[in-house]
Design a protein around this ligand. Structure first.
Ligand code: ATP
Ligand code: MG
Length: 393
């Protein structure tokens, strides 16, 4: 399996990428359908660490050989403003077009115009290619601090598409992060701009699975029944076992435990494997080795888990308290009692946590954390925060 049998922390391709054949085929087929016209947009939903971005990178590799299809990838996570979104988007669209088409003239004409004064550019606008005029008018808008350029930026790809006879696949990874922050009005206007585009398809991906679900299935959503949904789930146990068996000396019994500890999350599958490989190499893996590596994995993830908790706590401490109680209590009344708040105030908080994919509903009125490793970490935190007060009770 070579020197580095595992890879984690960034999207994977090649031998590090397993399973997902169906998802990849669906994505690929839907993408190619853009050539026959019609509105095909896609929602890709999967919890954090299930491998959405990896799947997207694999799709991008597959599309490289499709001559007139240009892929634009934008990670929306943490994009602070619509203005920044616009800037990133038009540059990504322009660069992706130039790279794929090798149309250096297009690039040079833009570079030339960007050196000139605004008045000079405007006087020449009527003789330019439409898409270049469009791009430059957005750039001038930035110079002049015009607001709401984002809608105009969304039309840039369509302008190139029509003009150059090419198609665009615009991948907006972590779309819910901007959509939830910028609100319903943004989503509505976003949909209004893209719905008539015939040369651009949008692939909206997100780990806020419930938000993504509502985007497609809620009657009040601007995208109601307008998106093809593809789900990225945890890996099936056999896939995990097979992946690990090829890379470590491990028995079937211990593999069972491996599957449980990682919950089939591809990220944890690889992380835990990496630690075992580096600590114990070719030895036969024992349960105590597995437990040791698992503890090490949790502590290496601690900064990320803490950040998640802190981010939520800065909205309200109730979120943190709910998270820390969920490893122990799953029913509303129990959680409310533990938190010392009224039961009727809980759904508001729980629904938000469900929306962003941190919590899942498991049967009537029962909830749990969706990520088994986060859950185990929350357990250890609960003890260290509440251990002493629990003793006094
Ligand atoms: N198909 C796969 N086969 C094997 N490992 C995978 C696969 N997909 C993802 N992984 C592992 O999971 C890790 C996380 O994958 P990726 O970044 O694609 O997930 P994600 O769902 O986009 O996560 P996030 O929600 O954090 O953005 C990768 O670094 C890799 O270790
Ligand atoms: Mg990702």
């Amino acid at each position: 399996m070579g020197k580095e049998p595992f890879k984690y922390g960034k999207p994977v391709t090649g031998k590090y990428f397993v399973n997902r054949e169906n998802e990849l085929k669906q994505l690929y087929d839907l993408t190619l359908a853009i050539r026959s016209g019609g509105e095909v947009n896609i929602a890709l939903a999967g919890l954090r660490r299930t491998g959405k971005t990896s799947l997207l990178k694999n799709l991008m590799e597959k599309l490289e050989s499709e001559k007139n299809i240009i892929v634009v990838f934008l990670d929306c996570y943490g994009i602070p403003s619509k203005n920044t979104f616009s800037k990133l988007l038009i540059e990504a669209v322009k660069d992706a077009y130039i790279e794929k088409s090798k149309d250096m003239g297009y690039k040079n004409r833009i570079v030339d115009m960007l050196k000139r004064k605004t008045s000079d550019v405007l006087s020449k606008a009527s003789n330019m290619e439409i898409s270049i005029a469009h791009y430059l008018s957005i750039k001038i808008g930035f110079r002049e601090k015009t607001s709401d350029l984002w809608e105009k930026s969304l039309s840039y790809a369509e302008k190139i598409g029509n003009e150059k006879d090419v198609y665009f696949v615009v991948i907006l990874d972590e779309f819910p992060d901007i959509a939830m922050r910028w609100g319903e009005d943004f989503v509505k206007r976003f949909r209004a701009v893209i719905q008539h585009q015939t040369t651009v398809m949008y692939l909206l991906s997100g780990s806020a699975v419930s938000y993504m679900g509502e985007l497609v299935h809620s009657k009040s959503s601007p995208f109601y029944r307008q998106l093809n949904t593809i789900k990225v789930e945890e890996l099936p146990p056999d896939v995990v076992k097979n992946f690990i068996m090829k890379r470590l000396n491990i028995t079937k019994t211990i593999l069972e435990k491996y599957v449980i500890l990682t919950g089939g999350f591809p990220d944890y599958m690889q992380r835990l494997g990496h630690i075992l490989f580096y600590k114990f190499g070719n030895s036969n893996i024992t349960i105590s080795m597995l437990n040791e590596a698992y503890r090490e994995m949790i502590s290496s993830l601690e900064p990320e888990f803490k950040e998640t908790l802190n981010r939520l706590n800065s909205k309200s401490g109730v979120y943190g308290d709910i998270i820390l109680s969920l490893p122990y209590y799953s029913v509303l009344s129990e959680i409310a009692r533990e938190l010392n708040i009224s039961q009727s105030s809980l759904p508001k908080y729980l629904n938000y946590l469900i929306n962003i994919g941190i919590v899942k509903k498991v049967g009537r009125g029962k909830y749990m954390l969706s990520d088994p490793v986060f859950n185990n970490w929350a357990k250890t935190i609960e003890h260290s925060y509440l251990g002493s007060s629990a003793l006094q009770d």
